[in-house]
Write a protein that binds this ligand. Structure first.
Ligand SMILES: Cc1cc2nc3c(=O)[nH]c(=O)nc-3n(C[C@H](O)[C@H](O)[C@H](O)COP(=O)(O)OP(=O)(O)OC[C@H]3O[C@@H](n4cnc5c(N)ncnc54)[C@H](O)[C@@H]3O)c2cc1C
Length: 350
């Protein structure tokens, strides 16, 4: 296990922002994870678990303790389960999109709409990653974790992960407790692609034959690239943490209040049914209609020219500049629409 000191974190994130880690270790096995945790505990160092760095804002001062980068690899296909599903056991350090590509090649359905999302497989259960009508909670069978409470490796079934919109026990009730080692995905061999999302339907409009999984994957990547939501080298619009704010989930009462404010301005708020008696509204719409159009900003930090929800580093940005723009957006949206936007990325070292 190689322990490095004073390692810059910015290059390990998609935002390319943030100071150094006091110590950094890349763990390639459960034993490495156990040793790294023991090292941090013995030195009373705070521990931060790093995946692909695609959902983070790292502070300009960095991380004062140990950063544990989970680099456990391997994609193992188990034989078909009694329910006909095929289970893939995937190391937490595998790049997520490589796994999606392999699953699609193997003609296994269930994650094709999640093509092109950056980050690691271990990062996906944390915020129940979702896009274009799919969420990982629909296909995760179990998650193997190292439990920092008692030093044991254990398997959590899907129900134990407490998944909901952009949420799980890993980023709420048990935040900081579990280190994800492997994730088991149960996919449907020979299954049809999930084509419910409006953008995807539009993409295939006029086609007589149903697209297959590979075509769906390509369509999703194409749509994502258009929105700056696919990492493309040299495109500063994707030097970001993806969507910066979650789509707010409102009660009926809050939704009616928002609709009244919109009607007074001759506008209609795009919204979708969420849980029972609640509506999810478009955070991108709220941001844009509060005066933050695509391309907003000057200097180092701004809003993507392709998507109102992404705050981007145009080169040389600091975390302080990102947070200043975040505060400005939250304040304006709340003043005008009465809705408090909640950031999606994890704040590290603030
Ligand atoms: C261009 C772009 C587009 C994006 N599009 C989407 C999208 O469509 N949908 C979506 O849901 N997200 C999206 N994201 C956000 C991000 O890609 C996902 O949340 C991703 O799953 C984060 O994984 P990661 O490995 O990069 O985690 P990191 O950013 O490294 O970490 C995020 C959090 O997960 C924790 N974590 C990571 N790995 C582990 C582990 N092994 N064990 C325990 N905790 C861990 C970290 O401690 C941290 O709290 C996008 C981001 C970008 C930059």
């Amino acid at each position: 296990m190689l322990l490095q000191e004073n390692v810059p974190l910015a290059p390990l994130t998609t935002f390319r922002i943030g100071g150094p880690a006091r110590f950094l270790v890349a763990a390639q096995s459960a034993v490495d994870v156990q040793r790294a945790v023991a090292f941090a505990q013995s030195k009373s160092l705070p521990l931060f678990v790093l995946g692909g760095g695609s959902n983070l804002v790292v502070s300009d001062s960095g991380w004062p303790g140990l950063v544990l980068k989970v680099s456990i690899t391997g994609i193992d296909r188990r034989s078909a389960e009694p329910d006909g599903k095929v289970v893939f056991d995937v190391g937490a350090g595998e790049p997520w999109d490589r796994f999606v590509s392999q699953a699609v090649l193997a003609r296994c359905a269930g994650i094709e709409c999640l093509s092109g999302i950056p980050g690691s497989v271990g990062g996906t259960p944390v915020q129940n990653v979702g896009a274009y009508g799919q969420e990982v909670s629909q296909t995760i069978a179990s998650v193997e974790v190292f439990d920092q409470k008692d030093g044991q490796v254990r398997e959590l079934c899907r129900e134990a992960c407490g998944f909901s919109y952009r949420s799980s026990i890993f980023n709420t009730t048990e935040r900081g407790r579990f280190i994800i080692l492997r994730v088991a995905y149960a996919l449907t061999p020979g299954g049809e692609p999930h084509l419910e999302y409006a953008d995807l339907k539009r993409h295939f409009e006029g086609r007589e034959t149903r697209p297959d999984l590979a075509e769906t994957r390509e369509a999703v990547r194409h749509i994502r690239a258009r929105k700056g939501m696919l990492i493309v080298a040299g495109d500063s619009d994707c030097q970001s943490a993806g969507s910066f704010f979650k789509n707010p989930v409102l009660t009926q009462q809050q939704h009616e209040d928002l609709n009244q404010r919109a009607a007074a301005r001759g506008l209609t708020v795009p919204s979708y049914p969420a849980l029972e008696k609640s509506r999810k509204v478009s955070a991108a719409w709220l941001v844009e209609k509060s005066g933050f159009a695509r391309g907003y900003g000057f200097g180092h930090v701004g809003i993507s020219t392709k998507h109102a929800l992404a705050i981007v580093n145009r080169g040389g940005a600091t975390a302080a500049e990102v947070l200043a723009l975040k505060d400005q957006i939250q304040q304006r949206v709340e003043e005008i629409w009465g809705v408090r936007l909640e950031p999606e990325p994890v704040m590290v070292g603030f």
